[in-house]
Design a protein around this ligand. Structure first.
Ligand SMILES: [Zn+2]
Length: 158
């Protein structure tokens, strides 16, 4: 079996009055991510992990934040475009494991919907998409609710 592993990490600043998108789901919150796109750190980390596993550059290369094409774009579209890129490079998706780190709100009520949305885009089943959440116990920029970070590991098969 020709397996390839990739990792991705993404950060965005949080600001009051913006919409919070995580894992393709709109999360009720008084703060949202500052970004060129919708700022969905979970989907961006998964995209970067997929591109890394396939060895085809990174999300900034394929979807530059200087391009009007990607301004305020729904990151589910970026995930679909990334899936198309890895398929074109000869890869199939196996699984993703993602951890998002933020102080609040709790995302547990939305995880099932995130897994369902992401697995539909990646033409797999929900058990192949893991979404976990943690806080930094009020330490650092996530603890101060200044930002959010997500990490993902993805396995692909050539
Ligand atoms: Zn991002």
């Amino acid at each position: 079996m020709n397996l390839k592993i990739g990792q991705g990490i993404d950060f965005h600043r949080l600001e009051t009055g913006l919409t919070l998108w995580l894992g393709g789901v709109r999360i009720p919150s008084d703060k949202g991510c500052v970004a060129h796109s919708d700022g969905d750190v979970i989907l961006h980390a998964i995209c970067d992990a997929m591109l890394g596993a396939a060895g085809i550059e990174d999300i900034g290369h394929h979807f530059p934040d200087t391009s009007d094409e990607f301004k305020n774009i729904d990151s589910k579209i970026l995930l679909k475009k990334t899936f198309d890129l890895i398929k074109k490079a000869g890869f199939n998706f196996i699984n993703a494991d993602c951890t998002v780190c933020l102080e609040r709100p709790k995302i547990a009520p939305y995880v099932t919907e995130m897994r369902s949305l992401i697995s539909a885009i990646l033409e797999t089943t929900s058990e192949n998409i893991s979404i976990k959440a943690t806080t930094t116990e009020k330490m650092g920029f996530t603890g101060r609710e200044e930002g959010v970070v997500a990490m993902a590991v993805v396995l692909l098969k050539k």
